[in-house]
Design a protein around this ligand. Structure first.
Ligand code: NAD
Length: 479
């Protein structure tokens, strides 16, 4: 019996007014159906926005301590559900159970950080310049916030946006990605169990192309927090401009790892494999370009190929699996086509691309291309799969020039034992995240998480800016 999941709107589980549902396939098992989800339409979004707007009138008056209690209970339930939720994430996204558990753990760490941090956030007051006037900056919630998340970190990204929005007194309408609606619905059930008042958090499933517009263009929406592709981010930014709606956009990346000849090669290989192939390469901060200083290129590549060949690709639920399938048929086609085009463009495939994986799911082996020039698509476009583009360089200046030759600027890394080279890289790299002897995917909640250039716009997530994104600063003068 395949379950049918409903939307969570105004504190109730509701079928879509369209009367339609869509299926959710496990990418490790072609043709499977994990459940039926509501194929929502404009009326469902209107209703959710209406409920969130009504709920805001009361929610904005709650104290920070009250909101902390709700969020604290949500996090307690999230921790308790770690195994169940990790399994859901693996089933619908394909990543390994180990990776799904890491995603839940990361959401817990970040959620607990915001839970504590929000108390200090409200501590800003100041004496006025005039003797009889007291001034302070009053942080006020924006209102109703739309949260739109991608499928690659279906629960963590949603938490990183939603929890700061709720803690600062906003209400939320959340649209999960259509590949991963189950994790979104599961999160809604945790908010329900945590006793969150009706309408404060709403979850509506459906295709981004059909309901995404509605959730963005409605003037009642006061902020849009979106994580996804740069192409969709640009559309959202343009639509938001019509109402001057605030946006927080976390977008694509083409992250470079620079390897200097003096680098610790074992540590660098670990970084390349971890950041290149975790989540089957489908993460925004994955390493997708490796720039090798010529003297170590040959030995690095030999060892990288050996590491790729040792990786088991298969069902993420199995303990022996190092890398799961990619997220679905479209993603599979897009990556396979990008691999074919890279070969046509003249890059040499030295690992991957073979047929040694089962045909049951959307599996692609870790793939490595050498001889990649800066003008090739493989060097410039985000493939969003387990595909590494390798180029060689002579000087750090050349490497920085190549790394920065991109529309993106999300994450980056250098491996070196030379402090001067590290410093030069930190100052010269055009990216939101600069790592030295740390892989491109590493992050901590107290540090801002966001990209520059076409990798993002608006205030970054995490750190203080993660809360700041959801408040207005009112300047108060009291005589
Ligand atoms: P996507 O842009 O296709 O979809 C993201 C979300 O937007 C989904 O929920 C989708 O349904 C929705 N959507 C689609 N069209 C829409 C529209 N017109 N209006 C409103 N919403 C719409 O991205 P994806 O394929 O789900 O995720 C992969 C992308 O996300 C990659 O580019 C990756 O780099 C990026 N990403 C970035 C970060 C970051 O923090 N910078 C993190 C994770 C993923």
């Amino acid at each position: 019996m395949i379950e049918t999941f409903k939307n969570f709107v105004g504190g109730q589980w509701k079928a879509s007014k369209t009367g339609k549902t869509f299926e959710n396939e496990n990418p490790a098992s072609k043709g499977s159906n994990l459940g039926f989800f509501q194929s929502s339409g404009a009326d469902d979004i209107d209703e959710a926005i209406g409920e969130a707007e009504i709920a805001f009138r009361t929610w904005r008056r709650t104290t920070v301590a009250e909101r902390q209690q709700y969020v604290s209970e949500f996090l307690r339930l999230l921790k308790e559900s770690r195994e169940e939720l990790s399994r859901i994430v693996t089933l619908e996204n394909g990543k390994t159970l180990r990776e799904s558990r890491a995603e839940v753990d990361s959401a817990l760490v970040e959620g607990n950080y915001h839970l504590t941090q929000v108390s200090a956030f409200y501590g800003h007051t100041g004496p006025g310049a005039a003797r009889d006037i007291t001034t302070w900056v009053q942080y006020e919630p924006l209102g109703l916030v739309s949260v739109i998340s991608p499928w690659n970190f279906p629960m963590n990204v949603m938490c990183r946006k939603t929890l700061p929005a709720l803690l600062t007194g906003n209400t939320v309408v959340f649209k999960p990605a259509s590949f991963t609606p189950w994790s979104g619905i599961f999160m809604a059930s945790l908010f329900e169990r945590a006793g969150l008042p009706a309408g404060v958090f709403n979850c509506v499933t459906g295709l981004g192309s059909s309901i995404g517009n509605r959730i963005v263009e409605d003037p009642r929406v006061r902020a849009i927090s979106f994580t996804g592709s740069t192409a969709v981010g640009k559309k959202i930014q343009a639509q938001a401009a019509a109402n001057l709606t605030r946006t927080q956009l976390e977008l694509g990346g083409k992250n470079a790892l620079i390897v200097m000849a003096d680098a610790d090669l074992d540590a660098t290989l670990d970084a390349a494999v971890t950041a290149g192939f975790s989540n089957a390469g489908q993460w925004c901060t994955s390493t997708s370009r490796i720039l090798l200083q010529r003297p170590i290129a040959k030995s690095f590549l030999e060892r990288l190929v050996a590491r790729c060949e040792q990786m088991n690709v298969g069902d993420g639920l199995l303990d022996a699996t190092h890398m799961g399938p990619v997220a679905g048929p479209q993603q599979y086609e897009d990556i396979r086509n990008a691999i074919c085009r890279a070969q046509t463009d003249g890059a040499q495939m030295i690992a991957g691309g073979d047929a040694r994986v089962s045909e049951d799911g959307y599996f692609i082996r870790p793939t490595v291309f050498t001889g990649v020039r800066c003008d090739m698509e493989l060097f410039r476009e985000e493939i969003f799969g387990p595909v590494l583009a390798i180029s060689e360089f002579d000087s750090l200046d050349d490497a920085l020039k190549a790394a920065n030759d991109s529309i993106y600027g999300l994450s980056s890394a250098i491996y070196t034992s030379d402090l001067r080279a590290a410093r030069k890289y930190i100052d010269g790299i055009e990216a939101g995240l600069a790592h030295v002897n740390v892989h491109t995917g590493y992050k901590e909640p107290s540090m801002p998480f966001g990209g520059v250039k076409q990798s993002g716009a608006g205030l970054p997530e995490n750190s203080e800016s993660g809360l700041e994104a959801f408040v207005n600063r009112k300047a108060v003068y009291l005589r």
